[in-house]
Design a protein around this ligand. Structure first.
Ligand code: ADP
Ligand code: MG
Length: 264
């Protein structure tokens, strides 16, 4: 009997030619930057492509304390001995695979110093602490994401970093695609998923009105999941859309009014 189990390919519904672009970038050693609002499918896309290309995926959720050492590695004390432990970036370079730096702008400045020689034609990782200089194998790829919507003046990608990446602008998928995603992820029927997607369209058109961002595909899936499990639509929208999007009573009311107009 064939006992080999292939891990299931994470479901990803393509929006345009992003799968081709990813594959071509990978085949040619080009780093890739995914720009787009939160919850629009960037992480899922990377998981899908890594599985499709049969590559290990090393994901790093960047935060404002993340330093170069967190990526590269450090000496740790183990049983009275100091041993070098590779960080996720070094592991990806040694083994080959994708290193995915999620929300890369959040990371500390010294991270860019590490990324620059890796993301140009040198493709080198310099490990000062061990004196090593690793040349990235063909299979290695850096993928980074960031959300240009957070207008944080202190945190921007420097042009010198941006211009090292092939970039794809993500946005929420077209209604038919988004409906298919919500159906596939929540198990809700297409008619009711479509209504949530229509509501999302109205909410996104409102953006600017004290909403930092329109409703994400992720939240629509949450709402759809609650409804598919038997919860009332109104309650699901309240818990998965209205409350997560705003704390302002008048904004919340405006969202409820929009929902009422879609469902009315
Ligand atoms: N094109 C898509 N195909 C499949 N699932 C999607 C797609 N876009 C969004 N999703 C769903 O939305 C959720 C949030 O997407 P995610 O990739 O985590 O967003 P991001 O990384 O952009 O914040 C995913 O868990 C997945 O269920
Ligand atoms: Mg993500």
């Amino acid at each position: 009997m064939n006992a080999i189990s292939t891990p299931a390919l994470p479901f990803y519904e393509p929006v345009a030619d992003e799968c081709d672009l990813f594959q071509t970038a990978h085949a040619n050693g080009l780093p890739l930057l995914l720009k787009g609002p939160t919850g629009c499918g960037k992480t899922r896309f990377v998981e899908h492509m890594a599985a499709r290309l049969g590559l290990p995926l090393f994901t790093v959720a960047c935060h404002d304390d993340l330093s170069a050492a967190d990526l590269i590695g450090r000496y740790l004390l183990k049983g009275g001995e100091t041993v070098w432990v590779d960080g996720p970036l070094t592991r990806a370079v040694r083994q080959g695979g994708i290193c995915y730096l999620d929300e890369v702008v959040e990371a500390r400045k010294d991270v860019t110093v590490v990324l620059h020689p890796l993301t140009d034609d040198r493709r080198r990782l310099i490990i000062d602490r061990t004196g090593e200089e690793l040349v990235a194998p063909k299979d290695f790829m850096v993928v980074a994401s960031f959300n240009p919507g957070y207008q944080n003046i202190l945190k921007k990608l420097k042009p010198s970093t941006r211009q090292r990446f092939v970039s794809i602008g993500f946005d929420f998928p077209a209604p038919e695609v988004e409906t298919a995603v919500v159906v596939a992820e929540s198990g809700l029927d297409a008619a009711r998923a479509g209504a949530l997607v229509r509501l999302a369209g109205h909410i996104r058109a409102l953006s600017g009105m004290d909403l930092e961002e329109g409703v994400s595909t992720r939240l629509l899936i949450y709402a759809a999941t609650l409804v598919a499990r038997g919860m009332k639509v109104e309650r699901a929208i309240e818990a998965a859309i209205v409350e997560p999007l705003s704390d302002e009573p008048d904004v919340q009311q405006a969202l409820r009014d929009l929902a009422a107009s879609v469902y009315g």
